[in-house]
Design a protein around this ligand. Structure first.
Ligand code: FAD
Length: 323
C-alpha cells in the first residue's frame, strides 16, 4: 500500500527553489504507488502549480493567505500544521534550507513525532524509507528510519535529482483555507545579501575565497570567474571575519553546508570547520600558495600557486572554452 507524502514547496524571488523539486522526487520514492501532494503558501502560490505537477506532484494545494506572503516562523508553522491536519499525510518533506530548518522541528515537536534532518539519500527497506544523513560534520553517514507514525524529514539541496519534466501530467489543484492568528513577527522588508544571482545553497558550481584573497577587492577575480561559470561565490569564515565579504557567504560548520558539482577553493587553508561545509562536493579544486595546506587533502585537483595569477588565467581559459 502506497503512502501519501506532503512536500512543502519553497519559493524565492518569484521562482520555485530547486530543492522543492528534489523533495518531490524524494517523496515519489517514498510514496510507492501512493500520492505526492505539494503545498505552496502565499497569495501568488497558484503560479507554481504547473511546475510542481510536471516534476512529479500528483496534486498541489495552495494556501493563499496574505500573511504567508513572506516567510515567518509563526505563520508557516500554523499554516503547515493546519494543512497536515486537513490532509493527514503519512510523511512531510521539505528542503533543508533556512526555512525548512526553522519550521520542521516545530512541526515535529508539536505533533510529537521524530524529525530526520539534512537527508542526502533515500532507499527503501520493503516499504519503509531509510534516510541517509551526514553526522560528525560530514565525516560519516547515519541511516535512519521512522518505524511508525508521521515521517518528517528535510532534504539537503543538490543531492537527490529532480524528476524529468513531464508536460503530459494532469493538473490537480486545490485551495485550502487556514487561519493564521497572533503573528508575533511582521516582515517589513527583505534585504538580500546573497553572493550574486546564483543561490549558494543550490549552486552547482561555487567559487570560494578565504583569507588568502587579502581584501574585499581581492574577491573581484573570484566574482569574474564565477560569472563566466554561472557559479555562486562563497567564503571561509576567515574571509568573513576579516571583513572581506558578508557572513551570508560563509561555508562551513557555522555557515552554509553545500554540495555543488564543483567547488573551487581559493586561498582557503582547509580548516576542519570549513571542510564540514563543503567536503561532500562532487569535485573539489584547491588553489593555494602553500603546498602543505590541508585543503589539498580533500581536493581532487590541486593548484599550488598565487590565486591572483591562477584565477584570472582560469577565467580567460573558461571564457574561450565556453564562448
Ligand atoms: P587561513 O587559515 O588564514 O588560510 C588562508 C590560506 O590562504 C592559507 O592556506 C594560505 O596559504 C593561502 N594563501 C594566502 N595568500 C594566497 C595567495 N595569494 N594565493 C593562494 N593562496 C594564498 N571556518 C569556516 O570557513 N567556516 C565555518 O563555518 C567555521 N566555523 C567555525 C566554528 C568554530 C567553533 C571555530 C572555532 C572555527 C570556525 N571556523 C570556520 C574557522 C576555521 O577554524 C578557520 O579559522 C577558517 O576556516 C580559516 O579561514 P581561511 O582558510 O580563509 O584562512
Amino acid at each position: 500500500m502506497g503512502k501519501h507524502i506532503l512536500v512543502l514547496a519553497e519559493t524565492k524571488g518569484g521562482a520555485l527553489r530547486n530543492v522543492s523539486l528534489e523533495a518531490i522526487a524524494a517523496a515519489r520514492q517514498i510514496s510507492g504507488d501512493g500520492q505526492v501532494t505539494a503545498a505552496v503558501f502565499g497569495p501568488d502560490s497558484e503560479q507554481y502549480t504547473e511546475e510542481l505537477i510536471q516534476h512529479g506532484a500528483d496534486k498541489v494545494v495552495v494556501v493563499k493567505n496574505e500573511e504567508l506572503k513572506q516567510y515567518t516562523t509563526d505563520g508557516y508553522r500554523q499554516a503547515l500544521l493546519q494543512v497536515i491536519e486537513q490532509l493527514n499525510p503519512d510523511g512531510v518533506l521539505m528542503g533543508h534550507t533556512s526555512q525548512g530548518k526553522d519550521v520542521s522541528p516545530r512541526i515535529a515537536a508539536k505533533l510529537g513525532v521524530g524529525l530526520i534532518s539534512d537527508v542526502t539519500a533515500i532507499e527503501l527497506d520493503g516499504e519503509t524509507p531509510v534516510f541517509t544523513r551526514p553526522i560528525y560534520s560530514g565525516k560519516a553517514f547515519a541511516k535512519k528510519k521512522i518505524k511508525d507514525g508521521l515521517i518528517v524529514a528535510t532534504i539537503r539541496p543538490n543531492n537527490i535529482k529532480p524528476l524529468e519534466k513531464d508536460e503530459s501530467r494532469i493538473m490537480e489543484v486545490e485551495e485550502l483555507q487556514v487561519e493564521i492568528k497572533d503573528l508575533r513577527t511582521v516582515v517589513k522588508e527583505v534585504v538580500s545579501k546573497t553572493s550574486g544571482t546564483v543561490d549558494l545553497a543550490e549552486a552547482s558550481i561555487i567559487v570560494s575565497g578565504g583569507r588568502g584573497v587579502k581584501s574585499a577587492d581581492g574577491f573581484k577575480p573570484l566574482y569574474e570567474l564565477a560569472d563566466v561559470l554561472g557559479a555562486a561565490v562563497g567564503a571561509s569564515r576567515g574571509a568573513c571575519d576579516a571583513g572581506y565579504c558578508d557572513y551570508a557567504l560563509q561555508i562551513g560548520q557555522t555557515g552554509k553546508v553545500v554540495t555543488p558539482d564543483l567547488y573551487i577553493a581559493c586561498g582557503i587553508s582547509g580548516a576542519i570547520q570549513h571542510l564540514a561545509g563543503m567536503s561532500n562536493s562532487k569535485v573539489i579544486v584547491a588553489i593555494n600558495k602553500d603546498p602543505e595546506a590541508e585543503i589539498f587533502k580533500v581536493a581532487d585537483y590541486g593548484i599550488v600557486g598565487d590565486l591572483f595569477e591562477v584565477v584570472p588565467m582560469l577565467t580567460e581559459e573558461f571564457k574561450k572554452e565556453l564562448a
